[in-house]
Write a protein that binds this ligand. Structure first.
Ligand SMILES: NC(=O)c1ccc[n+]([C@@H]2O[C@H](COP(=O)([O-])OP(=O)(O)OC[C@H]3O[C@@H](n4cnc5c(N)ncnc54)[C@H](OP(=O)(O)O)[C@@H]3O)[C@@H](O)[C@H]2O)c1
Length: 277
């Protein structure tokens, strides 16, 4: 696949879900994919000449990220594309979330991106070419009740990417967001709950909202839908600020722009109903 950046990709969150599907598709297209995740995984060579090399990387650790980038640069001399896909979801009513819970959520989903961006950017700036794709979420446009920490982290990813784009313009390095809605991945099983959720005062509202989210995720899109948007971004020399895969979510995001905030809030309240189904 022709693209304006090059073949060497560093992709975090490559051991599962969207990241795993993306790593496979890119390697089939001939890309040299270095996939990072805490658990690592098997290396694979593809007929296209592309490959996936799995690295054990924890995005909450600066030395771990720096070590991975050092290895890729030693082997390839460059990183053309960074895809930040690693992410976790911590659920709980805001009242049931400690400051530490908030920091933990931000440490992976937000500071994790900061770490990889800082590690790859010097060589991209010097070469005056490169692409950074951050996987945000529709939850970074609408705050999802009882998943508010997660939404906060994804709102932060929006801000980071929007500012980064402008800062990088003089160096011809691009940054762009992909904002999935519900996708069927390991995210549901990996969801964590805050300690205080066990005895929450938000009883039924909390349980039903979580059940609704889990249902929506497990009946959500195939990761390939998101991968197609990532490929479009990789093919474009001047990618848009954000891509929202799927018509339904495009409509939601459009409505958020045009409707009064109270109306949006009312719709969200209806989406996470109090009573059991
Ligand atoms: N699924 C959805 O409905 C949905 C919707 C919108 C946005 N997203 C976003 O899409 C991205 C991918 O999620 P997914 O749905 O594919 O979930 P997933 O199947 O749970 O995959 C998450 C990936 O992140 C990695 N990861 C988590 N913490 C990490 C850490 N500290 N360091 C390195 N890697 C770490 C995991 O690998 P290890 O456990 O091996 O570290 C795994 O490979 C996330 O940013 C998520 O927020 C998902």
């Amino acid at each position: 696949m022709k693209n304006p950046y090059g073949k060497v990709v560093f992709l975090t969150g490559a051991s599962s879900g969207i990241g795993q599907a993306c790593a496979k598709t890119l390697a089939e297209e001939g890309f040299y994919v270095y996939g990072g995740s805490r658990r690592g995984g098997e290396n694979t060579l593809f007929e296209s000449g592309g490959f996936i090399t799995m690295l054990k990387v924890d995005v909450t650790s600066t030395p771990s990220v720096e070590e991975a980038v050092k290895q890729i640069l030693a082997e390839q001399g460059r990183i053309d594309i960074l895809i930040n896909c690693a992410g976790i979801g911590i659920s709980g009513a805001v009242e049931d979330c400690t400051g530490e819970d908030g920091l933990e959520q931000m440490n992976t989903n937000y500071a994790g991106i900061l770490r990889t961006v800082r590690a790859v950017l010097p060589q991209m700036r010097e070469r005056r070419n490169g692409l950074i794709i951050n996987i945000g979420s529709v939850g970074g446009i609408f705050s999802i009740p009882f998943q508010t920490l997660y939404s906060s982290s994804k709102y932060a990813v929006e801000a980071l990417t929007e500012g980064l784009r402008i800062e990088l313009k003089p160096f011809s390095v691009r940054a762009s967001l992909i904002e999935p809605g519900d996708v069927k991945t390991g995210f549901t099983a990996a969801r964590r709950f805050t300690q205080a959720s066990k005895t929450t005062a938000y009883g039924d509202e909390f349980r039903h909202a979580i059940a609704q989210m889990e249902h929506d995720e497990q009946n959500g899109a195939d990761p390939s839908l998101i991968v197609r948007s990532i490929l479009k971004t990789i093919r474009s020399k001047n990618p848009p600020v954000r891509r929202v895969p799927g018509l339904m979510y495009k409509v939601f995001v459009f409505l958020k722009r045009i409707l009064p905030a109270r109306t949006v809030e009312w719709i969200l309240t209806l989406m996470y109903p109090k009573s059991s189904k």
